[in-house]
Write a protein that binds this ligand. Structure first.
Ligand code: ADP
Ligand code: MG
Length: 643
């Protein structure tokens, strides 16, 4: 039914692209043939289209499980701009918004439902999904399902239960990073009908990787920037580092700026824009600079500090050279870097009792009482929390990951959060206020009708919707909320940008928090193992860097790239070797000599001469007589011997 031209037409009609990228077509065909499929493609390799195109070729809805809200929104916006109906369901929405979105998936003609994994376990989703006409289940970041993966999220395990509710729907699992073991695990946990892996290439033929061991990173950085024309990114680990390095570059007359998560939203957008259009040449940034970078002509990415895994390194370095032109990815390493990262890992890895303490402190900070919080989400400003509690951010992040792996809570990425309210007066008092203040009565009644539960906890509200239901304008709604807040009737958090914590379980007494020793040990081992690979990459001086990266991602058939520092050094060595051999043959061709005389004649270090002579002997191009005199064998003589 669906042949190549059909999916080609869909690609052209909706996305305007002329052809598929390598592997995309095979993955799409596999899905259309109804096979459960695990697709391994690098970041930027075009995974989204591999579920979007087959979904457009079929009737019905495609469910996409994905953990990052920012990416979810990005995809939904893109699809909508192509006139394809898509909705997102995640922990940053109000219950009502989720209801509406899911209803639209049952009754409306929604084509894509993006859903956060922690939402899969809710009754509201389970009941509706059975009534949806689903054609495909796509699982993005599929490595999150594996305990052997670094980003294990227990909520991913629920996907198998969802599959039972929509039998006969094929699953497409997508990831950019899976070891052989994780790949097996993904297929098992998702209950594949039969194993089926399609793996793309991780090689980037125009990207030249290099590592520079230096004492003075600034000097080296400057040299790179002065040698490579065009724009670039310099990645550093810390916010202060970004500011410092950018200041140094500006002092040297380079148009540089910095970017990190501590800058206000508008400021970040502005700086990114200035860099994208070329007004800023070099962006010095933390890893907060990444999402939505769509600049094809990035000529270099320099890592001023070491990443803690090759996954991040590959992804960040890979932002160079999207246009296919020659680009450079350089890692700067100073002598004590490796040691420093290793001890950082230990420092950031909190002991068990500290994890429990952090759990307790977070719950208090969020005002969640013991026994409360089940399946609720809370805005969590980690920097504010750490400043208040005097705990190192890295430690809190590690603790949150471990708590997440043990199924207690889920930390979402930073997102635009809806406004939230909670009444701080009793029902009785509120009733009195409504009687006394006629002007507020209609508004208060609308809120009470739309959001039950606002007496006990903060509820996400939708100011646009309140405006529609109440008949007021959005401005009027905001103004009324402000007034209620001034009258101390409600507590009001205006919409803001921050990560969220979703409680998979109610808050438990701290002594009941159980961290499985295996997950704890495994996590620490994994941190070190991952870093070990990064360290190997940094200290490697024999293997092609591109091949090393491909191998790491399980793409084992890759060839030497020919353009990384290792390949270039090898080629240069080979060229000088050949020149030396030519010289030796010429010398000995005119007059045989002993090895000692020969080495003296050529000069310099005798060892390369001795090695070259030995090789030439093996190749039959030289011969030594009984007295130790070496002479060149004429090539026509040698060939003649065989005739
Ligand atoms: P991934 O999820 O693998 O990291 P995406 O799906 O986000 O990658 O795709 C990365 C970029 O590549 C997107 O901007 C997308 O539009 C583009 N892209 C994907 N497939 C094609 C194609 N066949 N032709 C041209 N551009 C493509
Ligand atoms: Mg993706």
């Amino acid at each position: 039914m669906t042949d190549g031209t059909d999916i080609g037409k869909i690609l052209k009609r909706y996305w305007g692209f002329d052809s598929f990228r390598p592997m995309q077509e095979r993955i799409i065909r596999s899905v259309l043939d109804g096979h459960d499929t695990l697709a391994l493609l690098p970041t930027g390799g075009g995974k989204s289209l591999t579920y979007q195109v087959p979904a457009m070729a079929r009737e019905g809805l495609c469910i996409v499980v994905t953990p990052l809200i920012a990416l979810m929104k990005d995809q939904v916006d893109r699809l909508r701009s192509l006139n394809i109906r898509a909705v997102a369901v995640h922990s940053g929405l109000s219950q009502r918004q989720i209801d509406i979105a899911l209803d639209n998936c049952v009754y409306g003609d929604v084509k894509f439902l993006y859903i956060a994994p922690e939402r899969l376990g809710t009754d509201i989703f389970r009941l509706r999904v059975q009534r949806m006409n689903v054609c495909l289940l796509a699982v993005d970041e599929a490595h999150c399902i594996s305990q052997w993966g670094y980003d294990f999220r227990p909520s991913y395990l629920r996907i198998a239960e969802i599959r039972k509710l929509i039998p006969d729907v094929p699953v497409l699992a997508l990831t950019a990073s899976a070891t052989a073991r994780v790949a097996e695990d993904i297929m098992e946990r998702l209950e594949f009908g039969s194993p089926n892996i399609l793996r793309g290439s991780f090689a980037r033929s125009n990207l030249s990787y290099a590592v520079r061991h230096v004492e003075d990173k600034n000097e080296q950085l400057l040299r790179i920037i002065n040698n490579v024309p065009g724009s670039g990114i310099v990645y550093v680990r810390l916010r202060e580092g970004a500011e410092k390095v950018a200041a140094f570059l500006r002092d040297e007359g380079i148009e540089a700026d910095y970017y990190h998560g501590g800058l206000p939203n508008a400021e970040r957008a502005q700086r990114q824009e200035a860099w994208t259009c070329g007004r800023t040449r070099v962006m010095v940034a933390t890893n907060a600079f990444g999402m939505g970078i769509d600049k094809p002509d990035v000529r270099f990415v320099v890592h001023y500090t070491m990443c803690d895994s090759l996954e991040s390194y590959y992804q960040e370095a890979g932002r160079a050279g999207r246009d296919g032109r020659r680009s450079y990815a350089v890692l700067l390493v100073s002598p004590d870097d490796l040691q420093r990262v290793n001890s950082r890992i230990d420092n950031e890895f909190p002991p068990l009792d500290q994890i429990k303490q952090i759990y307790e402190k977070i719950c208090s900070y969020l005002r969640v009482a013991i026994g409360d919080g089940l399946q609720s989400s809370f805005v969590f400003n980690i920097h504010d929390f750490c400043a208040r509690e005097h705990i190192f951010t890295g430690k809190v992040q590690s603790a949150l990951k471990i708590l997440q792996q043990n199924g207690y809570l889920t930390l979402t990425d930073e997102m635009e959060n809806p406004a939230r309210i909670m009444f701080c007066v009793s029902r009785d008092d509120l009733y009195k206020i409504r009687v006394e203040r006629n002007d507020l009565d209609h508004f208060l009644r609308t809120i009470l009708r739309m959001y039950n539960g606002v007496f006990t906890e903060f509820r996400a509200i939708d100011e646009n919707e309140i405006a529609t239901v109440s008949g007021y304008t959005v401005e009027k709604v905001k103004e009324l909320f402000k007034r209620l807040w001034q009258m101390r009737i409600i507590r009001y958090i205006p919409s803001n940008r921050s990560p969220m914590i979703f409680f998979d379980e109610e808050r438990l007494p701290t002594e009941d928090i159980y961290i499985a020793p295996e997950t704890y040990r495994l996590r620490k081992e994994m941190l070190h193992e991952r870093f070990e690979k990064m360290a190997e990459y940094a200290s490697n001086d024999v293997e092609c860097r591109s091949r090393m990266l491909s191998d790491y991602f399980g793409d084992t058939g890759a060839e030497d790239c020919g353009i990384c520092d290792i390949c270039l050094a090898r080629r240069k060595r080979k060229r000088t070797d050949e020149a030396l051999c030519e010289r030796i043959c010429t010398e000995l061709g005119s007059r045989p000599a002993t090895i000692r005389d020969l080495a003296a004649k050529i000069g310099g270090d005798p060892q390369p001469v001795i090695d070259a002579v030995q090789r030439l002997h093996e190749e039959g191009r030289l011969a030594t007589d009984a007295s130790g005199l070496i002479s060149a064998v004429r090539q026509d003589e040698k060939n003649g011997g065989h005739a």
